[in-house]
Design a protein around this ligand. Sequence first.
Ligand code: IMP
Length: 449
Amino acid sequence: MANVIIVGAQWGDEGKAKIVDLLAEQADVVIRCQGGCNAGHTVVHHGEVFKFHLIPSGLLYPDKLCIIGSGTVISPEVILREITEIEAKGYATTNLKISDRAHLTLPYHITLDRVQEESRSKDQNGEKIGTTGKGIGPTYMDKVARIGLRLGDLYETDELLKKQIAHILSIKTPLLKHAYQAETETVDEIFTLCKQYAEQLRPYVTNTTPLIHEAIGAGKHILFEGAQGTLLDIDHGTYPFVTSSNATAGGACTGSGIGPSRIDQSIGVMKAYTTRVGSGPFPTELNDSVGQHLQEVGKEFGTTTGRRRRCGWFDGVIGKYSVQVNGLDGVAITKLDVLDGLKELHLCVAYKNIQTGEQTSDFPTRLSDLAQLEPVYETFPGWTGSVHGIRAYDKLPIEAKNYLTRIAELIGTPIAIVSVGPERQETMMVCNPMRNERKDDKASAVTAC
Ligand code: IMP
């Protein structure tokens, strides 16, 4: 058994929740490490659909300790609603713990997110980022500016809490008023809200660091659940069209309070094609009938905002980049069944400079450089019939195996898991990361470990 990080290896929405839910069965502890209620995790369990934003996907197992780590930002309203909903469906939440170091998203963060987005479209150089509008960026801004409120602060004396809120609002109120002509709440209003949240969240909020280290000391097995995806990472993503946290594997360590030496494997989740919500570059995007097929068959609508996801071919350049910046030991390829029925598949193997014709397989830093590049595709025949019912890798059509083998070669890491549907059992486990199984030949095809 092992400690395993699961991260999104594209632009989010890769199907991480299903993979986490599947592997969580073999874990003792599941930790959500970064991001906030911008994430949307869909888990299908016994035909019932669960949509989580903050709650770790492992909560459906009553015997797992589920932790929301210090690197996350918490909207009390959203987490309390999720707790109520999940309890109403008959699941207990006593195994949920939230780090007292996590930062609080309060109403003025949501206002700031909205007005900043609006002002971006007014600015002639600005393009909307297309944020989820959940106050994520402004909450992380305050954290880094060292004027954030942490969950633990809710349990300070009234005098101290009020003083902290007054200090924050002495900065926020004039900013919102003068830069954006927007109102914010008064100190008393925020204080009252905070007191109410403190009581409602009391059973869950604690110092989670000792809990995690006790579990490690006892040889327990931890699954780290990433949110968003590598190309949305604040440092390594398509900046500024990114989220405000580290969605890469390093973020799992800083966001939970454990060192990299305690991690046995990092697994990236990639769709068999590519999607993105919000604005920003997307080299393999398709605006044709194939894009429409992926969108419709893949039911590509955002879990959090309901927005249509942009769809395109699998991009091996970003795949390789994700393997590098996350140190991926393997990948889980999801939604292979969505490619059923396509006569031909295209796989982006490199980018070509439209001026010079020069090719590269390195993902560039500057978006102006990316704009000069176009995808170079290899073409693969599609398969007949559906892979949806297949449960063993060997039983996949040869065309699907060839496609997957080329992906593994391109990105430079083996395929550990293949998913062909939303349910737990609609999965082929090639190497089980929770048993620390791995293939030595990094670029090999997908044969069992
Ligand atoms: P924010 O995280 O709300 O600030 O949004 C920044 C960008 O990240 C936007 O393009 C969002 O659409 C995108 N984003 C944030 N969370 C997710 C997610 O969980 N899946 C996919 N995209 C996301």
